[in-house]
Write a protein that binds this ligand. Structure first.
Ligand code: 91O
Length: 290
């Protein structure tokens, strides 16, 4: 047992691991204190074995299109995510600080700048955000996603938990499901979170447009921010998927949403990706520019 363990905490190089602050299918995120710069960070901890098993479990390694598509090996996908993250630099995208990867160890550590506010909202909630606050946060998320699309990357798992608040600014997190937009933004493989997944990406997950699917998820996310709930839910993944595909968008009695916001939401949650609002249309939208 190391001295650190005896003292009851884990020390990783200059980082002291503290309490968990995030949890998901990907693994866990812990608060970490860096003794060298007296600063706190968010430490995402991944298990290489778990990543391998997850792929084995689903056995869904995406088809290898020559020169395109994510590498089949899930571990390679993490290294690809890391390579992508290192290349990205935008005020509304999380900043990867460093990667601690000991080939002999099962654990892989991604060190991110800490966004001390955490997720913009935890849903479901009876206390959703005001349209004023939602607009401020949503504009930031929009800029972050627009930047990813500009870099030919689709996020593919946009949801409130992946919009983190720091110094009054929102940054988009978790590129674990991202896909590189091949020709015409084509992507395959159903990833992401069911309640936020676009109809075309859920049904027959072949050849869908990555950008349009992100716009859909942004729409579900904005709906959740202002109502505290997702627009469609269900007892099973199949039933949820059917409702997303078939049930029209409806707004709750309370809170009462303004017409411009309802118009924007109906444009982003258009079930047809071909006629769905584009990033350009959203940026010029009355509610956004208000
Ligand atoms: C209450 O205070 C809190 C302050 C910060 C947090 C927090 O940071 C949570 C998750 N963080 C992250 C997750 C990521 O993926 C899933 C990625 C990524 O892979 O891009 C990066 C980060 Cl930072 C939570 C609560």
């Amino acid at each position: 047992v190391s001295l650190a363990q005896a003292a009851g905490y884990v020390q990783l190089n200059q980082y002291r691991l503290l309490q968990p602050i995030g949890q998901g299918s990907y693994g866990i995120v812990k608060l970490a204190y860096n003794e060298e710069d007296d600063t706190h960070y968010a430490m995402k901890i991944l298990s290489k074995r778990k990543l391998m098993r997850r792929a084995g479990l689903f056995g869904r390694t995406p088809p290898r299109t020559p020169g395109r598509g994510p590498p089949p090996d899930p571990l390679q996908r993490v290294y690809r995510e890391i390579a992508v993250l290192k290349k990205l630099d935008h005020p509304n995208v999380v900043k990867l600080v460093e990667v601690l990867d000991d080939p002999a160890e099962d654990q892989l550590y991604l060190v991110f700048q800490l966004l001390e506010g955490g997720p913009v909202i935890d849903i479901p909630t009876e206390n959703p955000l005001s349209e004023l606050l939602a607009r401020r946060y949503f504009r930031d998320a929009l800029l972050g996603v627009e930047y990813l699309h500009y870099q030919r990357i689709a996020h593919r798992d946009i949801k409130p938990a992946n919009l983190l608040l720091g110094e009054g600014r929102v940054q988009v997190a978790d590129l674990g499901a991202c896909g590189e937009l091949a020709g015409a933004g084509r992507l395959t493989g159903a990833v992401g979170t069911p309640a936020f997944r676009a109809p075309e990406a859920a049904a027959n997950a072949d050849k869908y447009n990555g950008e349009a699917a992100d716009i859909w998820s942004l729409g579900v996310t904005l709906f959740a921010m202002v109502t505290g709930k997702v627009p469609w839910c269900g007892p099973t993944a199949q039933e949820l998927q059917r409702r997303v595909l078939e049930e029209p968008l409806t707004f709750p009695q309370r809170p009462l949403l303004t017409r411009p916001l309802k118009h924007l939401l109906s444009r982003m949650l258009d079930k047809n990706p071909g006629t769905r609002a584009t990033m350009q249309e959203i940026k010029e939208n009355e509610w956004i520019t208000n």
